[in-house]
Design a protein around this ligand. Sequence first.
Ligand SMILES: C[S@@+](CC[C@H](N)C(=O)[O-])C[C@H]1O[C@@H](n2cnc3c(N)ncnc32)[C@H](O)[C@@H]1O
Length: 250
Amino acid sequence: MTNLIDQARNREWFYPYELPDGNVVSSYHGGELDLIHATRWGMLERRLKAEHPHGFAGLKAVDLAAHQGWFAHNLAGMGLTDVLGIDARARHVEDASLMARIQGHDGLEFRQGDVFEIDANDLGTFDVVLMLGLLYHVENPVGALRVARSLCSGLCVIETQVAPNLSGMLDYGSYRFVRPMKGSFAIIDEMADTEGPEASVTGICLVPSLEALTWCMEKVGFRDIEVLPPPEDGYEQLVHGKRVMVAARA
Ligand SMILES: C[S@@+](CC[C@H](N)C(=O)[O-])C[C@H]1O[C@@H](n2cnc3c(N)ncnc32)[C@H](O)[C@@H]1O
């Protein structure tokens, strides 16, 4: 165990993991992002407790784009029975797995994988599906929503940056044929960042407006779509609606 803890101490972390001796691991952002993690976890925890007031035993969860696994660890710590974290980057999976060995959570597993290569027939379905901080890093956000839906038998929570919305009518082939816009996507260039720990793996990113997100979620088969309220003292982006956390049922 000492060896594992030393390994954790020698690494740099995105999340403020606490080690068994009470010390917090060192962060590569100097703690600047701790509030976004705490705000998101608080919002998620509240929604999950409302969904499962009698506890979490027997529930299965998948955390898509789990990074170093903090949300997956928190779910396991809350008592969910089986928690799987998936991330495209091998180094995150190694870090998350190291921390799982230190924390000793049963039923917590991490795998390397691209969300677009997930086959729900292999993985089955999950009572809780998390897709936090991923949607705005992918070139096919609707495809990512379809993957989340295919894995979900209960509650799905999606958290994303959102772009300004475009609404109104669009000439659609002719001025005589117009269609209403249901939302919009902004393109963000991450082509130079694809090696970054939080970035897109392809470099082309489509960020949905909130209207686009909720409309697409409904069209891929989610229901009871709900934008979760942020706490007043939360991370500024969530407080001001520049990022949102949306829960929906399968
Ligand atoms: C901004 S981080 C969010 C991490 C975590 N979910 C959170 O909200 O704190 C984006 C994560 O998505 C992962 N990622 C990016 N594209 C992916 C893909 N196509 N499939 C799986 N993971 C991906 C990155 O490696 C990174 O860990």
